[in-house]
Write a protein that binds this ligand. Structure first.
Ligand code: CP
Length: 305
C-alpha cells in the first residue's frame, strides 16, 4: 500500500514501470474526443500551490476532471495564507473538507512529507523546493519511452542549473533505476558538491556532457532560488552553457531534446532547437496529463504495485 507520492527516491524500479505502463494506457483517454472516464468518480482532488505553475497545476486539474473527480485549486496568494495561516493549518482545513488527493507545490523542501503525516488524503508532491518533482521525471521518462524501446544504457545529458533543480534530482533517481546513464553539465557555480555521489558524472563544460547523448535535457535557470552572482549575465550564460544546433550535433544523430518548461528562449536553449524536429518539449506536456492521471488513479486504489 502507498498513500502518497513524495519522490522517486523511495519508489522501486517496478513501481516506476507500473506507473509508466498505466500512463501509456491513460494517453488513449486524452486522445479520445470524449475525454471522460469514471476512474476517480466521487473523489475530490485539491491542488494547493505555494509557487507559480502553468503546466503542473493545469495538468493535475485536467487529469482529475478527465477521470470524473471533483477538482479545486487554491494558491497561497489568494488564500488565508496571506492572513498568516500556517501550512499545517491550511492543509488540515483542506483535509477536513473531504479531500481524497492533495497535490502540493511548496518552496520548502520536505513540505509535502510533513503534510503527508498529518492528513488522511493522499499527498502528491508537485515540486518541493530543491528536493524533488516526481511527476515531472515520470512524464520525462514516459516521453523518452515513446522514442526508445528501453532506457537501459541510454545516455541522458542534463544541462543547466543543477544545484537548484528538483527536476534533475527526480530524474536521476528514476532514470538510474531504469538503467540509464545520467550525466550532468553546467557552470561550476551551479553544480552542487557531492552530485556524483548520486551515481552521475558531472561536467563543467557542456560539450563533454552532450557528446554521444541519446537524450539532451535543458533545465531552467532558477533565478528565484539563486543567490546573486552565480554567473555574470544571461548573455554570457547562453554563450557558454546554452544548447544550440551546433552543440546538439555532438549528441547521437537520433538524439531528442527535452526541457521541463517553462523555457527561457535564447538562454537555456536556442529558439531554433526548441522549435526544431529534435524537440519533444510539447510531447512532454501531453505526457504530463497521462502520468498525473496514472498516479492519482493508482493511489486511489492503494499504490503502484
Ligand atoms: N515543469 C513545471 O513544473 O512547469 P510549471 O512550473 O509550469 O508547473
Amino acid at each position: 500500500m502507498r498513500k502518497d507520492l513524495l519522490g522517486l527516491k523511495d519508489l522501486s524500479a517496478q513501481e516506476i514501470k507500473n506507473i509508466l505502463d498505466t500512463a501509456k494506457s491513460m494517453k488513449s483517454i486524452i486522445e479520445n474526443p470524449k475525454k471522460k472516464t469514471p476512474h476517480l468518480q466521487g473523489k475530490t482532488v485539491v491542488n494547493l500551490f505555494y509557487e507559480n505553475s502553468t503546466r503542473t497545476r493545469l495538468s493535475f486539474e485536467l487529469a482529475a476532471k478527465y477521470m470524473s473527480a471533483n477538482a479545486a485549486n487554491i494558491t497561497a496568494s489568494g488564500s488565508s495564507v496571506q492572513k498568516g495561516e500556517t501550512l499545517i493549518d491550511t492543509a488540515e482545513t483542506i483535509n477536513a473538507m473531504g479531500t481524497d488527493i492533495l497535490v502540493m507545490r511548496h518552496n520548502m523542501s520536505g513540505a509535502p512529507h510533513l503534510i503527508s503525516k498529518i492528513v488522511d488524503a493522499s499527498v502528491i508532491n508537485a515540486g518541493d523546493g530543491m528536493d524533488e518533482h516526481p511527476t515531472q521525471a515520470l512524464l520525462d521518462m514516459l516521453t523518452m519511452l515513446e522514442h526508445f524501446d528501453s532506457l537501459e544504457g541510454k545516455k541522458v545529458a542534463i544541462i543547466g542549473d543543477i544545484t537548484h533543480s528538483r527536476v534533475v534530482r527526480s530524474n536521476i533517481y528514476g532514470l538510474k533505476k531504469l538503467g540509464a546513464e545520467v550525466v550532468v553539465g553546467g557552470p561550476a557555480t551551479l553544480m552542487p558538491a557531492g552530485i556524483e555521489d548520486m551515481g552521475v558524472k558531472a561536467y563543467t563544460t557542456i560539450q563533454e556532457a552532450i557528446i554521444g547523448a541519446d537524450i539532451v535535457m535543458g533545465l531552467r535557470i532558477q533565478l528565484e532560488r539563486q543567490k546573486k552572482g552565480l554567473f555574470p549575465s544571461i548573455r554570457e550564460y547562453y554563450r557558454f552553457f546554452g544548447v544550440d544546433d551546433d552543440l546538439m550535433k555532438l549528441a547521437k544523430p537520433h538524439a531528442i531534446l527535452m526541457h521541463p518548461g517553462p523555457v527561457n528562449r535564447g538562454v537555456e536553449l536556442s529558439t531554433s532547437l526548441i522549435d526544431g524536429e529534435k524537440s519533444v518539449i510539447v510531447n512532454q506536456v501531453t505526457s504530463g496529463v497521462a502520468v498525473r492521471m496514472a498516479v492519482m488513479y493508482m493511489l486511489s486504489i492503494g499504490g503502484f504495485n
